[in-house]
Design a protein around this ligand. Sequence first.
Ligand SMILES: *[C@@H]1O[C@H](CO)[C@@H](O)[C@H](O)[C@H]1NC(C)=O
Ligand SMILES: *[C@@H]1O[C@H](CO)[C@@H](O)[C@H](O)[C@H]1NC(C)=O
Ligand SMILES: *[C@@H]1O[C@H](CO)[C@@H](O)[C@H](O)[C@H]1NC(C)=O
Ligand SMILES: *[C@@H]1O[C@H](CO)[C@@H](O)[C@H](O)[C@H]1NC(C)=O
Ligand SMILES: *[C@@H]1O[C@H](CO)[C@@H](O)[C@H](O)[C@H]1NC(C)=O
Ligand SMILES: *[C@@H]1O[C@H](CO)[C@@H](O)[C@H](O)[C@H]1NC(C)=O
Ligand SMILES: *[C@@H]1O[C@H](CO)[C@@H](O)[C@H](O)[C@H]1NC(C)=O
Ligand SMILES: [Cu+2]
Length: 344
Amino acid sequence: MAVFSTCLLVLLAVTATSASCNPNAATTRREWGSLHPAQRTEYIDAILCLRHRPSVIPSSQYPGVRDRLDDFVATHINYTSRIHDNALLLPWHRHFLFLWERTLQDECGYTGGVPYWNWSLATSNLSASPIFDGTNTSLSGNGAFDPAACDGHCNPGGSGGGCVTSGPFKDYQVHLGPFNNSDAEPHKPPPLHAFDYNPRCLQRDFNPQYLAQYNNATVLEQLRAATDIDAFLTLMDPSREGVTGAHGGGHRAVGGAMSDVYSSPQDPSFMLHHGMADRMWALWQGGDMETRREALNGTAVMHDEPGGTLVTPDFVTEFGVLDRPRTVRELMDPMRYDYCYRYE
Ligand SMILES: *[C@@H]1O[C@H](CO)[C@@H](O)[C@H](O)[C@H]1NC(C)=O
Ligand SMILES: *[C@@H]1O[C@H](CO)[C@@H](O)[C@H](O)[C@H]1NC(C)=O
Ligand SMILES: *[C@@H]1O[C@H](CO)[C@@H](O)[C@H](O)[C@H]1NC(C)=O
Ligand SMILES: *[C@@H]1O[C@H](CO)[C@@H](O)[C@H](O)[C@H]1NC(C)=O
Ligand SMILES: *[C@@H]1O[C@H](CO)[C@@H](O)[C@H](O)[C@H]1NC(C)=O
Ligand SMILES: *[C@@H]1O[C@H](CO)[C@@H](O)[C@H](O)[C@H]1NC(C)=O
Ligand SMILES: *[C@@H]1O[C@H](CO)[C@@H](O)[C@H](O)[C@H]1NC(C)=O
Ligand SMILES: [Cu+2]
C-alpha cells in the first residue's frame, strides 16, 4: 500500500511538473471524410446548438452578437489585426479551436474532437468533397453562381459567390461583417461598426485553383520536411511577403465568408480548415518535439513588419470572453498545459 501510494505521488508530481497528458485520454481529431455519418451529424447539430445558446458578450454593446457562436466570431474580429500574418497565427488559432471544441463539448454535449479538412483530398473539385458536397452530412456546398454578390471578396474565377443552396447551412444566417480585408492593418483596432448586426445568408465562392496551387500534396510534404519554423511559415503563411500560402489558400478556395479575414469563423468550415493548419503544425513539431516545441519566429503585429517585438513563449495573448489571457508557452504543445488532443 505504501509503495502504491508513493508511486501515485511520484506519478502525480511528474504529471504536474511536465503538465503532460495521458495519450490514452487524448481527444482524437479526425478528418471529416473519415467520420461516420452519425458523427458528422453530431458535429453539425452541435454547431446549430451553439446558435440557440445565449452569448456571453452583451448584445447591448455588440449588437451583431446574438448567440454563443457569435462570441467566437466577435472575439476573432476583435483581435484580427494582432493574430494574423505573424508569429501568433498558429498559437492563437490553436487555442481558439481548443476553446471551440471544449464549448461544443461542455455546452452542447458534443462527444468528439473538432474535425479537420485534409486540403489535398479536394484540390480539383470542392463540390465532390464530403465536407462541401451539399448533402445533409456535409457543411453545405458552394454558393449560387452570382459574381456580383460575394461580400466584397470575390475570387477571380470563382464558381459561386452567392448563398449556399443545399445542406445543413442552407438557411443559416451570419450576423457580423462583411469587412474589407484592406482595413486589417498593423496596430489598427477593429473598424467602426465592426460589431453591427447585419443578418444575411452564408456565401461561398469555390475556387479549387487555390488548393491546387498552395495546398497540394507536395506542399503538405514540404511542410512536414521544413527545417525550421521560418521555412514552415513560408509555406503556411508567407503573408509577411504579401503572398498566399496554405493558410490563405484554404480560405480563398472556399471563398465568400471564408475570404473575410475578420469574420471568416462564421463559415462552419473555418474550424476544419484551421484544424488542418494546426495538424500540419503539430506534425511538424512532432518531427522533433524537443527543439520545435517552442519554435517561434515573428512579431505580434499584422504582416510582421520589421522592427516589431518578437513573440516569445512568455508573450501574453488575449481571448476576450472566451478565456483568460494565455502565455504563448501554454499554446505550443497539443499534449501540455490544458491540452490533451491528437490528430488521427
Ligand atoms: C491527405 O490526404 C492524402 C490523400 O489521401 C494523403 O495521401 C495524405 O497523406 C494526407 N495528408 C496528410 C498530411 O494527412
Ligand atoms: C465536381 O463534383 C461534382 C459532384 O460530384 C460534380 O457534379 C461536378 O460536375 C464536378 N465538377 C467538375 C468541374 O468536375
Ligand atoms: C439525410 O439524407 C438521407 C438521404 O438523403 C436521409 O435518409 C436522412 O434522413 C437525412 N437526414 C437528415 C437528418 O435529414
Ligand atoms: C477596401 O478598401 C480599399 C482601401 O481602402 C479600397 O480601395 C477598396 O475599394 C475597398 N473595397 C471594398 C469592396 O469596399
Ligand atoms: C504544388 O504547390 C507548389 C507550391 O505552390 C507549386 O509550386 C506546384 O506547382 C504545385 N504542384 C502542382 C502539381 O500543382
Ligand atoms: C526568423 O526569420 C528570419 C527570416 O525571415 C531569419 O532571418 C531569422 O534568423 C529567424 N529567426 C529565428 C529565431 O528563427
Ligand atoms: C476587444 O479587445 C479589447 C482589448 O483587449 C478588450 O478590452 C475587449 O474586451 C475586447 N472585446 C471583445 C468583444 O472581445
Ligand atoms: Cu483567423
